[in-house]
Design a protein around this ligand. Structure first.
Ligand code: SDX
Length: 442
């Protein structure tokens, strides 16, 4: 077999042989090896050679792309961005650095960092007419609905950065999205509570600026609590990117058709909203509120283990992690820091979450199914203590994940041989039949 390579030039390391037992035909499929993680079998020519599709509805065994941005080892509980472990980035870096790292592949040098931060800061305002969108929503509209609508409409205002084939326009659109997401998120919150919008300030860093836009009012000076600002920055880092999760795959698929980046990010926001994905942080707090006290915990654990009961222990389990989500460990430490800073160490919800975590981790079902706390288990408790309403939790996830979505979108657009994504199916519907006029349908 001639040397097989991917469109990007990866050479096949070896092959696997597929034998169709129905016909005895043997097919040689190229195998590629990355720098870490499982090897992949290239099935791109499978249909052409065999007349068969593969079948993997949840994509549990499917690599949809080649990527150099984020690496996850679910068995070992490892998460790295461009090779840097998430624990080190959360401890020593800041969100602007992580944004630069995800977008460009390296930690920024001094001037690179100041120039990037400056660009984000000076793109944080939105066109003044965008404020009119908010007045069309009911005050009780879920802020994620507002985010889907307003972010999707950004291309109507920033059409000078929608030509995805122009590298400069891609960069401007990327910076606009990273910079304006916190502004739009804070506007969604202010609109819901009937307070005036607070403009971003160029003298504040990203996290502090967001807290200021969320909680300041024109009537008095808002003092930034540095412990809370640092916690916010770290929460953004922990949510920044996570390989080919549902919302990132949505952004990639939307972008593969050539859709503009604003529309693609709006699609990612919509996917993130689901309770099985980014909506889990809101669902964790609602679950803890519903459990109410430790005496009812056993019944909820029983329900979580009952296959006939749709209840799942929110904030637990993960498609990839079959060990602790490393983000959950950092989030738990941050949770203790924030609650201590706010004098809430005895917050009942935190105590119940820790008890629930302990009981679940000692339970045979959770051990056998390798269900551990994920990034969403503690984040909601922190955000609630910081004053965010539960309806804003997934919005914050979207604010942070925008850089990951953009970095992955950019990588896809720049991939040699990039094509529109178009999966196939296992058809189980009616075979051909002839049309029957309504008067003959009985
Ligand atoms: C995020 O993909 C990402 O990277 C996502 C994310 C990111 O950063 O982008 O990490 C963010 O979405 C984190 C996950 C947040 N979601 C939740 O906390 C919701 C609760 N978790 C579950 O809904 C579930 O664990 C998923 C959706 C996260 C994963 O589902 P999978 O991979 O499809 O796993 P599964 O449903 O096949 O579960 C395997 C078994 C099943 O039991 P059996 O059918 O084998 O008997 O484990 C059970 C499930 O019933 N199970 C749970 C459970 N999660 C899985 N049982 C009780 N409680 C749970 N939370």
């Amino acid at each position: 077999m001639s040397q097989q390579t991917t469109a990007a030039g990866d050479a096949a390391k070896d092959t696997v042989t597929l034998i169709d037992n129905a016909t005895g035909t043997r097919y040689e499929l190229p195998v590629y090896e990355g720098t870490a993680g499982p090897r992949v079998v290239d099935i791109g020519k499978l249909y052409g050679e065999t007349g068969m599709f593969t079948y993997d509805p949840g994509y549990s065994s499917t690599g949809s792309c080649r990527s150099a941005i984020t690496y996850i080892d679910g068995e070992e509980g490892i998460l790295m961005h461009r090779g840097y472990p998430i624990e080190q980035l959360a401890e020593s870096s800041d969100f602007m650095e992580v944004c630069y790292l995800l977008l460009h592949g390296e930690l920024p040098k001094g001037k690179e960092k100041t120039d990037f931060s400056h660009s984000i800061t000076y793109h944080s305002m939105v066109h003044e007419q965008i404020t009119n969108f908010f007045r069309g929503f009911r005050r009780d509209a879920h802020p994620m609905a507002i985010m889907c609508g307003v972010v999707g409409a950004l291309s109507a205002f920033y059409h000078d950065s929608t030509d995805i084939r122009d590298e400069h326009q891609r960069t401007v659109a990327s910076h606009r999205l990273i910079a304006k997401m916190p502004t739009i998120a804070a506007m969604a919150y202010k609109y819901s509570v009937g307070q005036p919008f607070i403009y971003p300030r160029n003298d504040l860093d990203y996290a502090a600026n967001f807290l200021h836009q969320m909680f300041a009012v024109p009537c008095e000076e808002y003092k930034i609590n540095p412990v809370l600002a640092r916690a916010m920055d770290r929460i953004f880092i922990l949510h920044a990117d996570h390989e080919q999760n549902a919302s990132t795959s949505t952004v990639r698929l939307a972008g593969s058709s050539g859709a503009n980046p604003f529309a693609c990010i709006a699609a990612g926001i919509a996917s993130l909203w689901g309770p099985a994905h980014g909506g889990a942080n809101e669902a964790v707090v609602k679950m803890l509120e519903e459990i109410g006290d430790e005496s009812r915990m056993a019944d909820y654990l029983r329900r979580a283990k009952d296959r006939d009961d749709p209840f799942r222990l929110m904030g637990f389990g993960h498609r990839v992690y079959k060990n602790y989500d490393p983000r959950a460990m950092v989030m738990r430490e941050t949770c203790h820091e924030v609650l201590a800073e706010l004098g809430l160490e005895n917050e009942p919800m935190l105590k119940m979450a820790m008890k629930l975590e302990k009981v679940a981790l000692e339970d045979e079902y959770f051990i056998e199914k390798k269900l551990y706390p994920n990034v969403d288990f503690y984040s909601g408790i922190i955000l609630r203590a910081m004053g965010f309403p539960t309806s804003m939790f997934t919005v914050l996830f979207a604010v942070a994940r925008t850089v990951g979505w953009i970095a992955q979108w950019k990588e896809m657009i720049e991939e040699p041989g990039q094509r529109i994504g178009r999966p196939r199916q296992l058809y189980t519907g009616a075979t051909q039949r002839d049309y029957v006029p309504v008067e003959q349908r009985g």
